[in-house]
Design a binder for this molecule. Structure first.
Ligand code: AMP
Ligand code: ZN
Length: 483
């Protein structure tokens, strides 16, 4: 398979669509402006390594789309949720002396800044727009008005509620009927709701709580529900119907189902987005990540402390380790996974630091990515390319261009990738010369000399591996940086 067809045009990606439950050819509404929305973080605490998964995965898709449709022909909106009751609770707890609104500003600013710092270390590009909920209150209120006016929402006890029964195919994304959902609902149903699955678009704020003058003739201040925030921000920046909507699998229901209900009923459209993509969940060393189990790990801790596996991990190593599993599969986050990624990147840094990238991303890599972001296959292709670049220095610039494109390697030094390993003072040419000298010694049955060369390199952190060339049958030696 090749990323280009006979005419040399780039092939369109195939993506698994949760809405239809199959892999489909991706066809944008407007190839001049491909539009993607991904639910971003609620900014009240450090991002954990599970939160980093959708950020990295959809960054890879963003990069692929930009490659296929052109850098200026993709609009990627990833929001910041800065109105949420979890934020209010954290603000009151962390800044008890401040008025609540000031405390909230402190929490959201500090957390957003940390989030940006963390994900930029993970090689994540900035999205085209990063809308904040607080900047879109007018749009949220307009959606409330529209939905009440057209009979899909109602006002009760100071709230605006979405009337789920008014939408015949509510539950299509989650693939569940309303009856099934109602039967399974364990939430305590507020007395003012018409139906148990009806959800909040707007709710009243008490004094001191963040609030804006309420819509729909309701007295006093209120604030939006979380689902409404994403409908307002995506509508504003991407339009009533757009191409791709992404997020973690846990958001499929109720969050995405409710976004769909709001947007479709407000705009009278058959879909909100054509393709819905969901990443699988991340667990840590075989267990669900949770504070009580003591295996809760933040991106900041991985990058800047030695709380996980007794070492700091470079952001590219974290990204590589994340992409070693295809995005829809569950992923088990382990120290071993990071060690393997680090060893590969150490080899890459040794080979490519300072080398100038040249050429287009590798066609096989593009083809694997185009197959529903098959990153494990991408990584095995990269291992092959790395192996040949070790033998042939001429292959370095192209490999570097591919790694840059994927965000898997910038131009980090070996010490940045592998901070605990003392820098090795030999270069690739020297290693290759020593390998050749050792092979010569072996042919001459000078085992002492051959062992001496191997041990010398080992002392410098270079491990040699002997194998047979499958075509010529000759002994062939490769090297890697030792753990
Ligand atoms: P939240 O801040 O909980 O709304 O989550 C932000 C994003 O991270 C959402 O797309 C979630 O689906 C995703 N997410 C949260 N926890 C995990 C996890 N353990 N594994 C993968 N994705 C997660
Ligand atoms: Zn959302």
């Amino acid at each position: 398979m090749n990323a280009q067809d006979d005419q040399g045009t780039l092939m369109s990606p195939r993506l698994y669509n949760t809405l239809t439950r199959r892999k489909e050819d991706f066809t944008p509404i407007d190839p001049e402006n491909v539009r993607m929305y991904v639910c971003g973080p609620t900014v009240y605490d450090f991002a954990h390594i599970g939160n980093a998964r959708p950020i990295i995965v959809f960054d890879v898709l963003f990069r692929l789309l930009r490659h296929v449709y052109g850098t200026d022909h993709v609009t990627y909106a990833r929001n910041i949720t800065d109105v949420d009751d979890k934020i209010n609770a954290r603000a009151a707890q962390d800044f008890p002396g401040l008025p609540l609104n000031d405390a909230i500003a402190r929490v959201t600013e500090k957390t957003t800044e940390q989030f940006h710092k963390d994900i930029s270390a993970l090689g994540v590009l900035e999205p085209t727009v990063e809308p904040k909920a607080t900047g879109h209150i007018a749009e949220m209120k307009a959606l409330c008005e529209k939905l009440v006016a057209n009979g899909h929402a109602y006002v009760a006890d100071g709230h605006v509620l979405f009337d789920v029964a008014s939408m015949p195919d509510y539950g299509k994304l989650a693939n569940r009927s309303l009856e099934e959902m109602e039967a399974g609902a364990r939430v305590e149903v507020a007395p003012y709701k018409r139906g148990p699955m009806d959800f909040v678009l707007w709710k009243p704020s008490r004094d001191g709580e963040p609030g804006w003058p309420s819509p729909c003739g309701i007295d006093g201040n209120g604030r939006p529900g979380w689902h409404l925030e994403c409908s307002a921000m995506s509508g504003k920046h991407l339009g009533e119907v757009f191409d791709i909507h992404g997020g973690g699998i846990d958001l499929q229901f109720p969050h995405h189902e409710n976004e769909i209900a709001q947007s479709r009923c407000a705009h009278g459209t058959p879909v909100m987005a054509n393709y819905w993509l969901h990443n699988g969940f991340l667990q840590v060393e075989g267990e669900k990540m949770s504070k009580s189990l003591g295996n809760f790990i933040t991106v900041h801790e991985l990058l800047d402390t030695d709380n996980f596996g007794g070492a700091k991990w470079n952001g590219r190593v974290v990204r590589w380790a994340m992409l070693a599993t295809q995005y829809r599969q569950p992923i088990d986050w382990t120290v071993d996974r990071l060690v393997q990624a680090r060893d590969t990147l150490a080899d890459i840094a040794r080979l490519l630091h300072g080398v100038e990238a040249a050429g287009e991303p590798n066609a096989e890599v593009l083809a694997a990515l185009s197959d529903d972001l098959n990153t494990p296959s991408v990584i095995s292709i990269l291992h092959g390319l790395l192996k040949s670049a070790k033998r042939n220095e001429g292959a370095g610039p192209a490999l570097k261009a591919t790694l840059n494109f994927l965000g898997l390697y910038g131009n980090e030094t070996l010490e940045e990738i592998y901070p605990s390993r003392a820098p090795v003072s030999v270069d690739q040419g020297e290693i290759n010369a020593l390998i050749a000298a050792r092979l010569k010694a072996r042919k001459a049955k000078d085992w002492a000399e051959s062992d001496r060369i191997r041990d010398d390199l080992a002392a410098k952190g270079i491990q040699l591996k002997d194998g047979k060339n499958p075509t010529t049958g000759e002994i062939e030696t490769t090297w890697e940086v030792k753990r």
